[in-house]
Design a protein around this ligand. Structure first.
Ligand code: S3P
Length: 173
């Protein structure tokens, strides 16, 4: 059975939807950031602060390779995982790519907690919208071309999950 791989910007619901989707399908939920943190013994923000982003991206790539080599998983990626074309190729090989999207206000609301998103925490409060807008513009094309795309703005995880379940039926015979 192919993996189901959730991709999308920070705050689009990859983790909460992924957990629910895995429960509905009766398969294991595999959260890349969580695996990276467990393996290294530090949180992702700690890793960014102590070792820098390139170190995190290298660990992320190892985690992708490991997950993509397995099957029957629901995999939640990090918002930046798909910046690396090799990561996308590995995940695509044995996976159905599901992109979650959300509008900028929804993303700002869902990512408002401080200390959790190191790529946004550099910007101070007033600049946060501009920082998100710029990153969204830079990354939008990376989330296009998935097998399924679901807008999660104003939708609860359960509704998004149902939508994905409908959409992936044709691939998961
Ligand atoms: C990142 C997103 C984060 C995490 C890391 C980098 C990004 O994951 O992987 O902080 O570059 O967008 P979430 O999308 O789960 O917040």
């Amino acid at each position: 059975m192919k993996n189901i791989v959730l991709i999308g910007f920070m705050g689009t619901g990859k983790t909460s939807v992924g957990r629910m989707l895995a429960a509905r399908l009766g398969c294991a939920f595999h959260d890349l950031d969580k695996k990276i943190a467990e393996r290294s013994g530090m949180s992702i923000p700690e890793m960014f602060a102590r070792c820098g982003e390139p170190y995190f991206r290298a660990r992320e790539k190892e985690a992708v390779r490991e997950a993509a080599g397995r099957s029957g998983l629901v995999i939640a990626t990090g918002g930046g995982t798909v910046k690396d074309a090799e990561n996308v190729a590995m995940l695509r090989e044995n996976g159905i790519l599901v992109a979650l999207t959300a509008d900028i206000d929804t993303i700002l609301l869902r990512t408002s907690a401080r200390g959790k998103r190191p790529v946004l925490d550099g910007a101070d409060a007033g600049d946060r919208r501009a920082a998100v807008a710029q990153l969204l513009a830079e990354r939008a094309h990376l989330y296009e071309g998935a097998d399924v795309t679901v807008d999660t703005s104003a939708r609860a995880p359960l509704e998004v999950t149902e939508h994905i379940l409908q959409a992936i039926r044709i691939w998961r015979k």
